[in-house]
Design a protein around this ligand. Sequence first.
Ligand code: NDP
Length: 290
Amino acid sequence: TGKQPVTVIGLGPMGQAMVRTLLDGGHPVTVWNRTPDRADALVARGAVLAPSAAEAILASELTVLSLTDYEAVRTVLEPAAHALRGRVLVNLSSDTPEKTRAGARWVAEQGGIHLTGGVNVPPSGIGQPGSTAFYSGPREPFEAHRPTLDVLTGTDYRGEDPGLAALHYQLGMVMFWTSMLGYWQAIALADAHGLTAADVLPHATETLTGMGDFLSFYAGRIDAGEHGGDVDRLAMGVASAEHVLHTNADAGVDTALPAAVADIFRRGMDAGHAADSFSSLVELMKSPAA
Ligand code: NDP
């Protein structure tokens, strides 16, 4: 086929989806995983299982890493350090921007090239048209491998600093985890009243889909340092957050999340923002000691 050989290290749900996509696209694929039998189905489809991470890396100019975190990356790469010279590692393992910078530095010290990636879709989105991922690191090797990465995950290049892809990924995750926990909380509360997740779905979807309008409305005001109470007031927000807390407490479901929310609102009141918009909580978050 003439397609570029690719190595994939890490065969969790994400790595497996990537290998299937690459094989379907006609790439020769070499794989390695700590637990080798996770490669069985992929080998049956045409992937080659390397006996070590080092041999896997030596098999292709381009290696994709899909591991739990950078501690796992270190554990896998240290014994393979001698194989890294001249190789391009696309590291799609998530971690903090600081850890990704340190990892990229270490790979460069071994003579390898490190590109950081942060994938924004679940395994089912890999290889699909709507897939998106942040990338950062040296531009030239990124551009050289962009066509392959475009097919695999989609590409949104954020710059040379290896930490940038991780930063943008984390910006999404801080919202993803808290939003999803809000959803689980709503389902627990609904369940206490005999409602199912399916019952709640239309209203839940409408609520979260409508969030975009709030984000656009507040973005300009926040960047201008405007937290005027012309549209909403924190004092109203506190009352509402406490209604949420008490509704959950009355239902006998877990209150850790609504209690944390009410606590943040109250701290905004204590800091003197009662008559300001609840967007003033951003200032509290920027400097928690203030
Ligand atoms: P998993 O955590 O299931 O992948 C684990 C992989 O890491 C396995 O190959 C596992 O090996 C390996 N691993 C973990 N610890 C070690 C170690 N100490 N030494 C060697 N290998 C180790 O993750 P996913 O496949 O779900 O995701 C991979 C990355 O992609 C993660 O960073 C995740 O945050 C990110 N991601 C995941 C998404 C998802 O929906 N799943 C979505 C977007 C990003 P073994 O098989 O031997 O256990």
